[in-house]
Unconditional design. Structure first.
Length: 392
């Protein structure tokens, strides 16, 4: 018999959509896929070269559980020079992707029944990972008028004796919203006062367009001690398939994360780690070109969305998503349980465009579109969206 915990887990919407897209393509349909949050760039050549060099030189043996020392030292340098926060190598743990880093962190911190505060909209896997790790996700509804960003006033009423951790994704998937330092500081003050850990998922931190990115642990030494920073290489360096992420935290938490990882996977692929080192130390120019491209796409796409009838959206200041409000059309589409799922299904089957329904992120009035793909493809997808909503 399967574990009871599986009955609490919702299957991934994005993986389900991807499977449907593949099935429709196998039937000969040409599908515009705007659902995938995956860069449409190749891994930088310098990262590939570093990996191939490691293979050629036999660097394929077991290594240290928290990651290659060369890579951890490079991460320490990156965090100091780019994010203005000082760590030591023994405070860095390299994992098999940011998702794995999050899981390690929650396993290290949560006891059964501990509550994790989660602002909505949220990345679709957060509540499921929390539940798998024995925690209870507590959803905090945020406001469209504030770009769905959490405030201290919204946070405080949800804190109780069972509250263990606050999870903040900045820049945000799915909204693209970016917190300023002035917006983060009050949240940190509350968490420090109440002794609540902060899990800061900053996987999109390089993809920040209109303002300097502020990393939560850089705000103060108290913030650094209270925060577990999550980052990785999938988004910034187009290394999705390499599966490489990391945590930065105080030494006590880092040791706990390393202990857990040592028993579960030992360490990430050494070849992936060498590739990550190449990207981090020699790939800055390539990574910045990607960011410039995303910004250019965003700037060209927003006027098109502005012209969509009866729709609004969160202006994305980072990441590569458009979170579009379609609530004006709820009464024009029949559905049983989820408006955004019904809308997305109709869009896929009748217009051959795949998007992610907002219910996957905790808001059923929205859909998420990724512009991490060819600009002309996204424009065609938006033109078909206009056709669909005008026909409703």
């Amino acid at each position: 018999m399967l574990s009871k915990k599986l009955s609490q887990i919702t299957p991934s919407y994005t993986i389900g959509i991807s499977a449907r897209v593949k099935a429709l393509k196998s039937e000969g349909l040409e599908i515009i896929d705007l659902s995938i949050g995956e860069p449409d760039f190749n891994t930088p050549h310098v990262a590939n070269a570093k990996a191939m060099d490691a293979i050629s030189n036999g660097k394929t043996k077991y290594d240290l559980v928290p990651g290659l020392m060369d890579l951890r030292l490079a991460i320490v340098d990156k965090l100091k020079t780019e994010n203005h926060v000082q760590y030591k190598a023994d405070e860095i743990v390299v994992s098999s992707g940011a998702k794995h880093a999050i899981t390690n962190t929650l396993l290290a911190l949560l006891d059964p029944g501990d509550e994790v505060l989660l602002p909505a909209p949220y990345w679709t896997s957060y509540p499921e990972i929390i539940k798998l790790c024995g925690g209870v996700p507590v959803i905090i509804e945020t406001s469209k008028e504030n770009d769905f960003k959490l405030t201290a006033d919204l946070l405080k009423p949800y804190i109780n004796a069972r509250t263990k951790l606050l999870l903040i994704n900045n820049p945000s998937n799915p909204t693209g919203a970016v917190y300023s330092g002035n917006e983060l500081s009050p949240l940190v003050d509350v968490c420090v006062l109440e002794n609540i850990f902060i899990l800061a998922d900053e996987i999109y931190e390089r993809i920040c367009f209109d303002q300097p990115f502020v990393s939560i642990p850089s705000l103060s030494e108290a913030a650094r001690q209270q925060t577990i920073l999550i980052n990785g290489f999938s988004k910034s360096a187009a290394m999705t398939g390499w599966r490489l992420g990391y945590t930065a935290s105080n030494a006590t938490i880092a040791k706990a994360i390393s202990t857990i990882q040592g028993h579960l996977v030992s360490h990430p692929s050494t070849i992936s780690q060498w590739a990550g080192l190449g990207a981090l130390t020699e790939g800055k120019e390539a990574m910045q070109k990607m960011v410039n491209t995303y910004k250019s796409r965003r700037d060209l796409l927003l006027p098109i969305i502005d012209a969509l009838p009866d729709t609004t959206y969160v202006t994305p200041k980072g990441a590569f998503y458009l979170f579009i409000d379609l609530s004006a059309y709820r009464n024009k589409l029949s559905f049983d349980t989820s408006f955004s799922v019904a809308f997305s299904d109709k869009f896929l089957l009748e217009h051959q465009v795949a998007v992610v329904p907002g219910i996957a992120f905790g808001n059923d009035n929205y859909i998420r579109i990724s512009y991490a793909t060819d600009l002309h493809v996204v424009i065609e997808g938006l033109n078909r969206l206009k056709q669909m909503i005008e026909a409703l």
